[in-house]
Design a protein. Sequence first.
Lengths: 343, 146, 324
Amino acid sequence: MYKIAKKDLSALFHLIADSQELYLPVKTAGQTNFAAWTEDAEVDLDTLKTVKSAKDAFFPQSEGLYTVKKEGKKMSVEPQTLKEQDFVVFGMKACDVKGIEVLDNVFLTDPVDTFYAARRDHGTIVAMACHEPEETCFCKVFGVDAAQPASDVAVWTVGEDLFWKALTEKGETLTAAVKELLSDADEAAVEAEKEAIHKIVEKLPYMNLSLEGWNGDALTEKFDSPIWEELYKPCLACGTCTFVCPTCQCYDIKDYTAGNSVSRYRCWDSCMYSDFTMMAHGNNRTSQMQRFRQRFMHKLVYYPANNDGMYSCVGCGRCVEKCPSALNIVKVVKAFQNQGGEK
Amino acid sequence: MSLENKEFKPKIVAFCCNWCSYAGADLAGSSRLSYPADVKIIRVPCSCRVNPMFILRAFEKGADGVIMCGCHPGDCHYSTGNYYARRRMTLLFSMLDYIGVENGRTRVEWVSAAEGVKFSETMNSFVEKIYSLGENVRLGDLRCKK
Amino acid sequence: MQEVVNRAKELLADGTVARVLGWKAGDLPYNPEPAYFETAEALEDFVYNGFCGANLSKYMIEASKLEGKTLVCLKPCDTYSFNQLIKEHRVDRDKAYIIGVGCKGKLDIERIKKQGIKGIESIEGAEITDAADTLKVHTIYGEKTCAYADAMLERCHVCKGKDHMIYDELIGESKETKDGERFDEVARIEAMSPEEKFAFFQSELSKCIRCNACRNACPACSCRKCVFDSNKFDSSQKANVDTFEEKMFHIIRAFHVAGRCTDCGECSRVCPQGIPLHLFNRKFIKDIDELYGEYQAGEDTESKAPLTNYTFEDAEPSIVGKRG
């Protein structure tokens, strides 16, 4: 266990940024999101939840795949180079880290997504424990411990210090690289912080949400339920939930014509959109109810069925905060719980 | 200001309505009046056909300046098209100015079929203006520049 | 808001309306969701408080297609949108029974959280019967207070007025909330140099994640097939590859609703990144007011929209370069 004074953090970032890319929560125009560190970036480690999750660092919103260039009569195909530069993502939370685990199951199983795999290889995650969880958090429901992130390096803020502990080999490598700025520390202060966090977690309104009945076997029963007809009505089909979610992983592949070249790129897609998975014959889901149902069935039934019971939700609460119509996965789970009641 | 900076070749897109300004451009050509080859003319049936997206797309694909030419207000071949176009373009140019795009990059000019001289003079002065403003960096898609 | 609930129950019982479109209590104190109620029991969950910011006119587009009338609760600003939708034949006036609900200003949870208030358990002072001057927030981390005016949505500070433009009956009292001028922010930006303007909009628009919440929440954006949803159009609706795409979407969307936008403020309320989108729409409104005569979309159902109208003496586009 090591520690570093909070006021010395910019020196730490400087040191890391000298040899690798560094991404951390930066406040721009009033909002905090993960961005590349620069000298004058306004680093914001106090905001609990960034608007967009950190999945951007491993699965960017837009990513070039290859470019076809035309020069006279010759055409050349230039594939996008895979990520070769090492980088560190600092300041993710335990829920974000679990989200990456969910994405790993999708992208790193055969056939392996080489773009994602290259980023995972070169990335080191330094995750912060959540000093003051908020009422929209429910990570515990999905087995995430806010006080003990499962990342390469875990850090805790206690008073004026940041405590640092490497949990994996990559974490050890990073720790060795910044050792000169760290000083030895005692585990005791961190234990007290972890307890404090657990106490707060117990008080949060969503922490006792029951996932009973949501698993791979519930497919037909949940799919045919009439409750969806009521639930989906306020949904505006905007896609905000999918873009702020740390586990949503659907993407679209598009071509962009730029005169003398065509670049093929992939970008995040949203199952909320009417042209999602549109094929030559049309769309398989034509109503918003079907699309709404699909999203939550994917997170709570289909994904667990394919991944040994692991859910595709990490309880971060971003959908709770950002949906314009105040819909979210908690309301869906509760609606099915109250099946017997007035709904 | 003379066109000295030969490294920078501005790309200008001109939307010309078929009945007046395109004919005016033809007249400029047959009268052997010169205007820079940087101007690419796109013929539309009426200035009213020009959708604000056309202007933005021209900038996206690398244009440094966009000019729209139509019949004089009151003389539109379709009687009222250019009145609507006038309102539309005023609002669009005002918005572009608002987001920081230099307002010399866009222009509307009413050129009739008999005004070959006016056409070539307009194009010459517009190209010069764009030279002085330089390359369009604020409203372009970088993928088109590579 | 017991009066509204009682009246809704009456109208459901005597068959005047087939359903009620209002808000249902959320599980947190600040997230009521727009909802349909079809029975008197369901109405027990109805709420109307300071957090009901959604503009229900948007949902009326779909509700007009259903059997029977829908009772809809519209705030003063929502009624402008409804009028505009009638003008555009997007809603059926005969399918709506409008209760104009009173409004004392609507609250923005983001503004409350920006004051460092988190771990919220309950909020007092947001009920429609409250005086609407202070909020008491009970949180896991202690008791906090917040002035109502500090927590209000931006649009409430420049409220157009608490008169309903269209209604079948009125319920509930309102309170004036205006304490600013609508075009002040726009004028401030207009006075900047081009570099400053560009830098300002770059920093705001670079946050855009192309989630399309603004488009989907906007009552004026009701095209069945949005131009941005097309595969043939380069500017994809979900990618943000390039600074151009960020700007393109917002300028075009503002242009498409220009002259039809009632300035209801939904776009800015729903944006997850807090981008002040109303600055684009208000710029168009300000220009239209200055150049073509003062016009408020949605005030009535008869007047012609500025962009489908003209006069022989309209200003030339070159006026843009000549103004200060």
